[in-house]
Design a protein around this ligand. Structure first.
Ligand SMILES: [Zn+2]
Length: 399
Protein backbone atom coordinates (compact mmCIF):
# COMPACT_ATOMS: atom_id res chain seq x y z
CA UNK A 1 0.00 0.00 0.00
CA UNK A 2 1.21 3.48 -0.85
CA UNK A 3 0.72 6.39 1.51
CA UNK A 4 -1.15 9.29 -0.10
CA UNK A 5 1.21 12.24 -0.57
CA UNK A 6 4.30 10.04 -0.48
CA UNK A 7 6.95 10.34 -3.19
CA UNK A 8 5.91 7.07 -4.81
CA UNK A 9 2.17 7.84 -4.85
CA UNK A 10 2.87 11.23 -6.43
CA UNK A 11 4.97 9.52 -9.05
CA UNK A 12 2.21 7.02 -9.70
CA UNK A 13 -0.37 9.84 -10.01
CA UNK A 14 1.87 11.57 -12.58
CA UNK A 15 2.23 8.36 -14.58
CA UNK A 16 -1.56 8.01 -14.63
CA UNK A 17 -2.03 11.64 -15.72
CA UNK A 18 0.28 11.20 -18.69
CA UNK A 19 -1.24 7.85 -19.72
CA UNK A 20 -4.73 9.31 -19.44
CA UNK A 21 -3.90 12.36 -21.58
CA UNK A 22 -2.40 10.18 -24.33
CA UNK A 23 -5.17 7.57 -24.10
CA UNK A 24 -7.89 10.18 -24.71
CA UNK A 25 -6.09 12.21 -27.40
CA UNK A 26 -4.53 9.38 -29.43
CA UNK A 27 -1.14 11.03 -29.80
CA UNK A 28 0.41 14.13 -28.24
CA UNK A 29 3.79 15.79 -28.41
CA UNK A 30 5.66 16.08 -25.10
CA UNK A 31 4.90 19.83 -25.07
CA UNK A 32 1.18 19.07 -25.49
CA UNK A 33 1.33 16.51 -22.67
CA UNK A 34 2.89 19.16 -20.43
CA UNK A 35 0.11 21.64 -21.35
CA UNK A 36 -2.67 19.06 -20.85
CA UNK A 37 -1.43 17.67 -17.55
CA UNK A 38 0.12 20.79 -16.02
CA UNK A 39 3.35 18.84 -15.39
CA UNK A 40 6.76 20.40 -16.11
CA UNK A 41 8.56 19.57 -19.36
CA UNK A 42 11.31 17.78 -17.41
CA UNK A 43 8.82 15.62 -15.48
CA UNK A 44 6.98 14.73 -18.71
CA UNK A 45 10.26 13.80 -20.37
CA UNK A 46 11.21 11.47 -17.49
CA UNK A 47 7.78 9.87 -17.32
CA UNK A 48 7.61 9.30 -21.07
CA UNK A 49 11.02 7.60 -20.96
CA UNK A 50 9.88 5.33 -18.13
CA UNK A 51 6.60 4.45 -19.92
CA UNK A 52 8.47 3.78 -23.16
CA UNK A 53 10.94 1.47 -21.41
CA UNK A 54 8.01 -0.39 -19.84
CA UNK A 55 6.35 -0.81 -23.27
CA UNK A 56 3.25 1.23 -22.37
CA UNK A 57 3.85 4.03 -24.90
CA UNK A 58 5.56 4.38 -28.25
CA UNK A 59 7.46 7.52 -29.30
CA UNK A 60 7.81 8.56 -32.95
CA UNK A 61 9.51 11.61 -34.47
CA UNK A 62 7.11 14.25 -35.85
CA UNK A 63 7.07 17.99 -36.50
CA UNK A 64 4.95 20.51 -34.60
CA UNK A 65 4.74 24.04 -36.09
CA UNK A 66 7.80 23.35 -38.25
CA UNK A 67 9.89 22.21 -35.26
CA UNK A 68 11.05 18.69 -34.62
CA UNK A 69 9.06 17.03 -31.86
CA UNK A 70 8.35 13.59 -30.45
CA UNK A 71 4.85 12.20 -30.75
CA UNK A 72 3.74 9.95 -27.88
CA UNK A 73 0.93 7.40 -28.21
CA UNK A 74 -0.04 4.25 -26.35
CA UNK A 75 1.58 1.09 -27.73
CA UNK A 76 -0.64 -0.32 -30.46
CA UNK A 77 -0.29 -3.85 -29.09
CA UNK A 78 -1.03 -2.87 -25.48
CA UNK A 79 -4.75 -3.53 -25.86
CA UNK A 80 -7.82 -3.63 -28.08
CA UNK A 81 -11.10 -1.70 -27.88
CA UNK A 82 -14.33 -2.46 -29.72
CA UNK A 83 -17.07 -0.08 -30.86
CA UNK A 84 -20.62 -1.30 -31.54
CA UNK A 85 -23.18 1.15 -32.95
CA UNK A 86 -26.87 0.36 -33.29
CA UNK A 87 -28.63 2.86 -35.58
CA UNK A 88 -32.32 2.61 -36.39
CA UNK A 89 -31.54 0.79 -39.64
CA UNK A 90 -27.97 -0.45 -39.29
CA UNK A 91 -25.40 -2.13 -37.12
CA UNK A 92 -21.77 -1.04 -37.32
CA UNK A 93 -18.76 -2.54 -35.53
CA UNK A 94 -15.18 -1.26 -35.37
CA UNK A 95 -12.09 -2.76 -33.76
CA UNK A 96 -9.32 -0.40 -32.70
CA UNK A 97 -6.09 -0.45 -30.74
CA UNK A 98 -4.99 1.84 -27.92
CA UNK A 99 -2.98 3.97 -30.38
CA UNK A 100 -6.34 5.02 -31.92
CA UNK A 101 -5.82 2.98 -35.10
CA UNK A 102 -8.93 1.37 -36.57
CA UNK A 103 -7.99 -2.22 -37.46
CA UNK A 104 -11.31 -3.42 -38.88
CA UNK A 105 -14.76 -1.98 -39.47
CA UNK A 106 -17.95 -3.30 -40.96
CA UNK A 107 -21.59 -2.20 -41.26
CA UNK A 108 -24.71 -4.15 -42.15
CA UNK A 109 -28.38 -3.20 -42.50
CA UNK A 110 -30.52 -4.12 -39.49
CA UNK A 111 -34.02 -3.20 -38.34
CA UNK A 112 -32.93 -2.40 -34.79
CA UNK A 113 -36.42 -1.43 -33.57
CA UNK A 114 -37.87 -4.84 -34.44
CA UNK A 115 -36.22 -7.03 -31.77
CA UNK A 116 -33.42 -6.40 -29.31
CA UNK A 117 -32.53 -10.12 -29.14
CA UNK A 118 -31.96 -10.26 -32.88
CA UNK A 119 -29.93 -7.05 -32.68
CA UNK A 120 -27.63 -8.45 -29.97
CA UNK A 121 -27.29 -11.80 -31.79
CA UNK A 122 -26.08 -10.00 -34.90
CA UNK A 123 -23.75 -7.70 -32.93
CA UNK A 124 -22.17 -10.65 -31.09
CA UNK A 125 -21.70 -12.49 -34.37
CA UNK A 126 -20.12 -9.52 -36.16
CA UNK A 127 -17.74 -8.73 -33.27
CA UNK A 128 -16.54 -12.35 -33.13
CA UNK A 129 -16.16 -12.53 -36.91
CA UNK A 130 -14.04 -9.34 -37.05
CA UNK A 131 -11.90 -10.48 -34.10
CA UNK A 132 -11.13 -13.77 -35.78
CA UNK A 133 -10.66 -12.18 -39.24
CA UNK A 134 -8.05 -9.75 -37.87
CA UNK A 135 -6.31 -12.47 -35.86
CA UNK A 136 -6.41 -10.35 -32.70
CA UNK A 137 -5.58 -11.94 -29.36
CA UNK A 138 -8.98 -11.76 -27.57
CA UNK A 139 -7.28 -11.60 -24.16
CA UNK A 140 -6.14 -8.07 -25.12
CA UNK A 141 -9.68 -6.67 -25.29
CA UNK A 142 -9.82 -3.81 -22.76
CA UNK A 143 -13.46 -2.87 -23.25
CA UNK A 144 -16.38 -2.20 -25.55
CA UNK A 145 -18.25 1.04 -26.28
CA UNK A 146 -21.88 0.59 -27.30
CA UNK A 147 -24.16 3.12 -29.00
CA UNK A 148 -27.97 2.96 -29.01
CA UNK A 149 -30.38 5.32 -30.81
CA UNK A 150 -32.16 6.60 -27.69
CA UNK A 151 -31.49 8.19 -24.30
CA UNK A 152 -29.96 5.89 -21.67
CA UNK A 153 -31.10 6.34 -18.07
CA UNK A 154 -27.76 6.75 -16.32
CA UNK A 155 -28.85 5.17 -13.02
CA UNK A 156 -30.74 2.10 -14.24
CA UNK A 157 -28.83 1.56 -17.49
CA UNK A 158 -32.11 1.06 -19.38
CA UNK A 159 -33.32 3.03 -22.38
CA UNK A 160 -34.97 6.14 -21.00
CA UNK A 161 -37.73 6.49 -23.58
CA UNK A 162 -39.42 3.26 -24.63
CA UNK A 163 -41.45 5.23 -27.19
CA UNK A 164 -38.30 5.57 -29.26
CA UNK A 165 -37.31 1.86 -29.29
CA UNK A 166 -40.42 -0.14 -28.33
CA UNK A 167 -38.70 -3.49 -29.01
CA UNK A 168 -36.10 -2.69 -26.33
CA UNK A 169 -38.40 -2.14 -23.32
CA UNK A 170 -36.75 -3.28 -20.06
CA UNK A 171 -33.44 -4.14 -21.75
CA UNK A 172 -30.16 -3.01 -20.21
CA UNK A 173 -28.04 -2.85 -23.36
CA UNK A 174 -24.59 -2.72 -21.70
CA UNK A 175 -25.36 -5.63 -19.33
CA UNK A 176 -26.73 -7.70 -22.19
CA UNK A 177 -23.70 -7.26 -24.45
CA UNK A 178 -21.29 -7.73 -21.53
CA UNK A 179 -22.99 -11.05 -20.70
CA UNK A 180 -22.51 -12.17 -24.29
CA UNK A 181 -18.91 -10.98 -24.82
CA UNK A 182 -17.48 -11.40 -21.32
CA UNK A 183 -15.67 -8.02 -21.37
CA UNK A 184 -16.65 -4.64 -19.83
CA UNK A 185 -19.23 -2.76 -21.95
CA UNK A 186 -20.04 0.97 -21.63
CA UNK A 187 -23.15 2.41 -23.28
CA UNK A 188 -24.28 5.84 -24.48
CA UNK A 189 -26.74 7.32 -26.96
CA UNK A 190 -25.85 7.98 -30.60
CA UNK A 191 -25.69 11.79 -30.35
CA UNK A 192 -23.24 11.66 -27.42
CA UNK A 193 -21.07 9.13 -29.26
CA UNK A 194 -21.16 11.25 -32.43
CA UNK A 195 -19.87 14.16 -30.32
CA UNK A 196 -17.08 11.99 -28.85
CA UNK A 197 -16.13 10.61 -32.28
CA UNK A 198 -15.88 14.05 -33.88
CA UNK A 199 -13.98 15.38 -30.85
CA UNK A 200 -11.35 12.62 -30.96
CA UNK A 201 -11.12 11.92 -34.73
CA UNK A 202 -13.03 14.59 -36.65
CA UNK A 203 -14.18 18.22 -36.85
CA UNK A 204 -14.04 18.77 -33.08
CA UNK A 205 -10.35 17.93 -32.56
CA UNK A 206 -8.72 20.14 -29.97
CA UNK A 207 -12.04 21.73 -28.93
CA UNK A 208 -13.22 21.44 -25.32
CA UNK A 209 -16.72 22.95 -25.62
CA UNK A 210 -18.68 21.48 -28.47
CA UNK A 211 -22.17 20.51 -29.56
CA UNK A 212 -22.72 17.74 -32.12
CA UNK A 213 -26.12 18.04 -33.74
CA UNK A 214 -27.53 15.05 -35.51
CA UNK A 215 -30.47 15.49 -37.85
CA UNK A 216 -32.01 12.18 -38.86
CA UNK A 217 -35.51 10.84 -38.18
CA UNK A 218 -35.27 13.03 -35.05
CA UNK A 219 -33.00 15.88 -33.99
CA UNK A 220 -30.61 15.42 -31.07
CA UNK A 221 -27.41 16.93 -29.72
CA UNK A 222 -24.38 15.57 -27.91
CA UNK A 223 -22.90 18.20 -25.58
CA UNK A 224 -19.25 18.31 -24.62
CA UNK A 225 -18.57 20.73 -21.77
CA UNK A 226 -14.98 21.32 -20.70
CA UNK A 227 -13.83 18.16 -22.52
CA UNK A 228 -16.51 15.88 -21.03
CA UNK A 229 -19.85 14.64 -22.33
CA UNK A 230 -22.67 16.22 -20.31
CA UNK A 231 -25.53 13.74 -19.85
CA UNK A 232 -27.68 15.05 -17.02
CA UNK A 233 -29.08 12.69 -14.34
CA UNK A 234 -31.62 11.09 -16.68
CA UNK A 235 -29.37 10.99 -19.73
CA UNK A 236 -31.65 13.38 -21.62
CA UNK A 237 -29.35 16.42 -21.83
CA UNK A 238 -29.08 17.64 -25.43
CA UNK A 239 -32.68 16.98 -26.51
CA UNK A 240 -32.50 20.08 -28.65
CA UNK A 241 -35.15 18.67 -31.01
CA UNK A 242 -37.83 19.51 -28.44
CA UNK A 243 -37.14 23.23 -28.09
CA UNK A 244 -40.46 24.99 -28.82
CA UNK A 245 -40.37 27.11 -31.98
CA UNK A 246 -44.13 27.55 -32.51
CA UNK A 247 -46.71 26.96 -29.76
CA UNK A 248 -49.44 26.34 -32.31
CA UNK A 249 -47.24 24.31 -34.67
CA UNK A 250 -47.57 20.61 -35.61
CA UNK A 251 -48.00 18.06 -32.77
CA UNK A 252 -44.64 16.38 -31.97
CA UNK A 253 -44.10 12.74 -30.92
CA UNK A 254 -43.20 14.09 -27.45
CA UNK A 255 -46.76 15.47 -27.07
CA UNK A 256 -45.91 19.15 -27.38
CA UNK A 257 -46.54 21.37 -30.39
CA UNK A 258 -44.13 23.08 -32.74
CA UNK A 259 -40.89 21.48 -31.45
CA UNK A 260 -37.76 22.08 -33.56
CA UNK A 261 -38.02 18.45 -34.64
CA UNK A 262 -41.37 19.15 -36.36
CA UNK A 263 -39.60 21.70 -38.59
CA UNK A 264 -36.30 19.93 -39.19
CA UNK A 265 -36.45 16.13 -38.94
CA UNK A 266 -36.87 13.77 -41.89
CA UNK A 267 -40.30 12.55 -40.80
CA UNK A 268 -41.75 16.07 -41.06
CA UNK A 269 -39.63 17.44 -43.90
CA UNK A 270 -39.93 14.60 -46.43
CA UNK A 271 -43.76 14.79 -46.73
CA UNK A 272 -43.36 18.41 -47.92
CA UNK A 273 -41.45 17.20 -50.98
CA UNK A 274 -43.04 13.83 -51.62
CA UNK A 275 -45.99 15.15 -53.70
CA UNK A 276 -43.51 16.28 -56.37
CA UNK A 277 -40.79 13.64 -55.91
CA UNK A 278 -42.64 10.43 -55.05
CA UNK A 279 -43.25 8.58 -51.76
CA UNK A 280 -39.82 6.84 -51.64
CA UNK A 281 -37.86 10.10 -51.34
CA UNK A 282 -35.17 9.93 -48.64
CA UNK A 283 -33.14 12.65 -46.94
CA UNK A 284 -30.13 11.47 -48.93
CA UNK A 285 -32.12 12.08 -52.16
CA UNK A 286 -33.15 15.56 -50.99
CA UNK A 287 -29.50 16.49 -50.34
CA UNK A 288 -28.40 15.11 -53.73
CA UNK A 289 -31.23 16.90 -55.60
CA UNK A 290 -30.49 20.16 -53.78
CA UNK A 291 -26.83 19.95 -54.79
CA UNK A 292 -27.95 19.37 -58.38
CA UNK A 293 -29.99 22.59 -58.17
CA UNK A 294 -33.57 21.38 -57.49
CA UNK A 295 -35.25 24.59 -56.22
CA UNK A 296 -37.80 22.87 -53.91
CA UNK A 297 -35.17 20.73 -52.20
CA UNK A 298 -32.88 23.77 -51.84
CA UNK A 299 -35.70 25.77 -50.25
CA UNK A 300 -36.55 23.00 -47.79
CA UNK A 301 -32.90 22.50 -46.78
CA UNK A 302 -32.46 26.25 -46.27
CA UNK A 303 -35.62 26.34 -44.10
CA UNK A 304 -34.33 23.40 -42.04
CA UNK A 305 -31.02 25.24 -41.62
CA UNK A 306 -32.76 28.39 -40.38
CA UNK A 307 -34.79 26.39 -37.84
CA UNK A 308 -31.76 24.42 -36.65
CA UNK A 309 -29.98 27.79 -36.39
CA UNK A 310 -32.59 29.10 -33.92
CA UNK A 311 -32.01 26.00 -31.80
CA UNK A 312 -28.25 26.49 -32.02
CA UNK A 313 -28.71 30.16 -31.02
CA UNK A 314 -30.51 29.04 -27.83
CA UNK A 315 -27.72 26.56 -27.19
CA UNK A 316 -25.12 29.33 -27.66
CA UNK A 317 -26.84 31.60 -25.17
CA UNK A 318 -27.01 28.79 -22.60
CA UNK A 319 -23.67 27.02 -23.02
CA UNK A 320 -21.44 29.24 -25.20
CA UNK A 321 -19.79 26.36 -27.13
CA UNK A 322 -16.87 27.25 -29.41
CA UNK A 323 -17.91 24.78 -32.10
CA UNK A 324 -21.06 23.19 -33.45
CA UNK A 325 -20.57 20.10 -35.61
CA UNK A 326 -23.43 19.03 -37.85
CA UNK A 327 -23.85 15.26 -38.36
CA UNK A 328 -26.33 13.02 -40.13
CA UNK A 329 -27.29 12.98 -43.84
CA UNK A 330 -28.03 16.70 -43.92
CA UNK A 331 -24.38 17.58 -43.20
CA UNK A 332 -23.63 16.42 -46.78
CA UNK A 333 -25.56 19.49 -48.04
CA UNK A 334 -22.59 21.65 -46.97
CA UNK A 335 -23.12 25.41 -47.31
CA UNK A 336 -26.73 24.90 -48.47
CA UNK A 337 -27.57 24.11 -44.82
CA UNK A 338 -24.61 25.61 -42.94
CA UNK A 339 -25.11 29.11 -44.39
CA UNK A 340 -28.73 29.42 -43.13
CA UNK A 341 -27.68 27.95 -39.73
CA UNK A 342 -24.98 30.63 -39.35
CA UNK A 343 -27.44 33.34 -40.44
CA UNK A 344 -29.96 32.34 -37.76
CA UNK A 345 -27.26 32.09 -35.12
CA UNK A 346 -26.03 35.60 -35.85
CA UNK A 347 -29.62 36.88 -35.80
CA UNK A 348 -30.82 35.20 -32.58
CA UNK A 349 -27.80 34.52 -30.38
CA UNK A 350 -26.21 37.08 -28.05
CA UNK A 351 -23.38 38.56 -30.18
CA UNK A 352 -20.65 37.66 -27.69
CA UNK A 353 -21.81 34.01 -27.70
CA UNK A 354 -22.12 33.86 -31.50
CA UNK A 355 -18.81 35.59 -32.24
CA UNK A 356 -16.53 32.74 -31.17
CA UNK A 357 -18.69 30.00 -32.62
CA UNK A 358 -17.72 28.02 -35.71
CA UNK A 359 -20.33 25.79 -37.38
CA UNK A 360 -18.76 22.90 -39.32
CA UNK A 361 -19.95 19.74 -41.05
CA UNK A 362 -18.89 16.49 -39.38
CA UNK A 363 -15.76 14.91 -40.85
CA UNK A 364 -16.73 11.30 -40.13
CA UNK A 365 -20.16 10.96 -41.78
CA UNK A 366 -21.93 7.74 -40.76
CA UNK A 367 -18.82 6.51 -38.90
CA UNK A 368 -19.01 9.21 -36.19
CA UNK A 369 -21.02 7.05 -33.76
CA UNK A 370 -18.97 3.86 -34.03
CA UNK A 371 -15.70 5.80 -33.68
CA UNK A 372 -17.29 7.56 -30.70
CA UNK A 373 -18.00 4.11 -29.26
CA UNK A 374 -14.27 3.32 -29.57
CA UNK A 375 -13.50 6.64 -27.86
CA UNK A 376 -15.97 5.76 -25.06
CA UNK A 377 -14.25 2.39 -24.50
CA UNK A 378 -10.87 4.17 -24.45
CA UNK A 379 -12.06 6.83 -21.99
CA UNK A 380 -13.63 4.31 -19.61
CA UNK A 381 -10.86 1.71 -19.49
CA UNK A 382 -8.93 3.25 -16.60
CA UNK A 383 -5.17 3.66 -16.32
CA UNK A 384 -4.39 0.97 -13.76
CA UNK A 385 -5.43 -1.49 -16.48
CA UNK A 386 -2.47 -0.31 -18.52
CA UNK A 387 0.08 0.38 -15.84
CA UNK A 388 -0.46 -2.85 -13.94
CA UNK A 389 -1.25 -5.06 -16.92
CA UNK A 390 -4.66 -6.01 -15.54
CA UNK A 391 -6.65 -6.33 -18.76
CA UNK A 392 -9.71 -8.56 -18.31
CA UNK A 393 -7.82 -11.60 -19.62
CA UNK A 394 -9.22 -14.56 -21.55
CA UNK A 395 -12.76 -13.33 -22.08
CA UNK A 396 -14.93 -16.47 -21.74
CA UNK A 397 -16.86 -15.62 -24.91
CA UNK A 398 -13.72 -15.93 -27.00
CA UNK A 399 -12.03 -18.98 -25.43
ZN1 LIG B 1 -41.17 17.44 -29.20
Amino acid sequence: METPGSQSSLHRANLERVVRAVRLAGSLTQAEIARTTGLSAATVSNIVRELKDGGTVQVTPTSAGGRRARSVSLSGDAGIVIGVDFGHTHLRVAIGNLAHQVLAEEAEPLDVDASSTQGFDRAEELVKRLISATGIDASKIAGVGLGVPGPIDVESGTLGSTAILPGWTGIKPAEELQRRLGVPVHVDNDANLGALGEMVWGSGRGVKDLAYIKIASGVGAGLVINGKIYRGPGGTAGEIGHITLDESGPVCRCGNRGCLETFASARYVLPLLQPGHGPDLTMEDVVRLAREGDPGCRRVIADVGRHIGSGVANLCNLLNPSRVVLGGDLAEAGELVLGPIRESVSRYAIPSAARQLSVLPGALGGRAEVLGALALALSEMGDSTLLDGTLPTAAPAFT
